[in-house]
Design a protein around this ligand. Structure first.
Ligand SMILES: C[C@@H](N)C(=O)N[C@H](C)C(=O)O
Ligand SMILES: [Zn+2]
Length: 207
């Protein structure tokens, strides 16, 4: 078990949910910036213990139907958020625009609520995730990919197909059942309602 360098109250997700699927986008380059983000020094998922305990219940319930969770981001150090802020000011760098923010000026991504300058992720009880089929690892169709910054990603987007709407609702229903609240602008983003650090923004790197 990995534990020792983490602040009290934090843990590695896979210590408690060993087979959880993940693709930690900000550790690699498949993200809206196009390169590894500051503070993501290891391919590891960290959250508060309280959030992991709730997430474990979500995973167990999905597993009964042959489904599981796939995590894209969990704890995010403040230095990563600062990296996003610097990137957003560099208007010449539009490397990943076509895939992640084709209709939004990158200078507006914070203003429009797609990225936060004080993110719940840095409080340790916020997670970005989707649902997969356990046998194929295929993601359920949510109608827009993770970190697509546009109206298509909102829960209230009206042009979803019925399966896409049902898939988003399935994730929302099960996350809410276990104590998480949704974020209206991004179908993948959930915060533990009763989070232990409501006002504390951590900056320890992911190792
Ligand atoms: C950047 C995206 N994955 C996200 O998490 N957005 C919210 C608003 C945040 O930055 O907290
Ligand atoms: Zn998020």
């Amino acid at each position: 078990q990995q534990q020792k360098q983490l602040p009290v109250g934090f843990t590695y997700i896979d210590n408690h949910i060993p087979h959880i699927a993940y693709d930690l986008r900000y550790h690699g380059s498949h993200n809206f910036v196009g390169r590894r983000i500051d503070g993501y020094e290891a391919n590891k998922l960290i959250l508060t213990e309280k959030a992991v305990m709730a997430l474990k219940k979500v995973e167990a319930e999905l597993n009964k139907e042959g489904l599981g969770l796939k995590v894209f981001d969990a704890y995010r150090p403040q230095r990563a958020v600062n990296h996003f802020k610097r990137w957003a000011k560099d208007i010449k760098d539009t490397l990943m625009r076509r895939e992640f923010y084709p209709q939004v000026d990158k200078r507006d991504l914070f203003k429009k609520g797609f990225i936060a300058s004080r993110s719940g992720h840095s409080r340790g009880s916020t997670i970005d995730l989707t649902i997969i089929h356990l046998n194929t690892k295929e993601e359920l169709d949510m109608g827009a990919p993770f970190d697509f910054f546009g109206e298509e990603s909102a829960h209230g987007y009206v042009h979803l197909t019925t399966p896409q709407r049902n898939n988003r609702l399935k994730l929302r229903k099960i996350m809410e059942k276990h104590g998480f609240r949704a974020y209206e602008k991004e179908w993948w983003h959930y915060t533990l309602h009763d989070e232990p650090f409501k006002d504390k923004y951590f900056d320890f790197p992911i190792k």
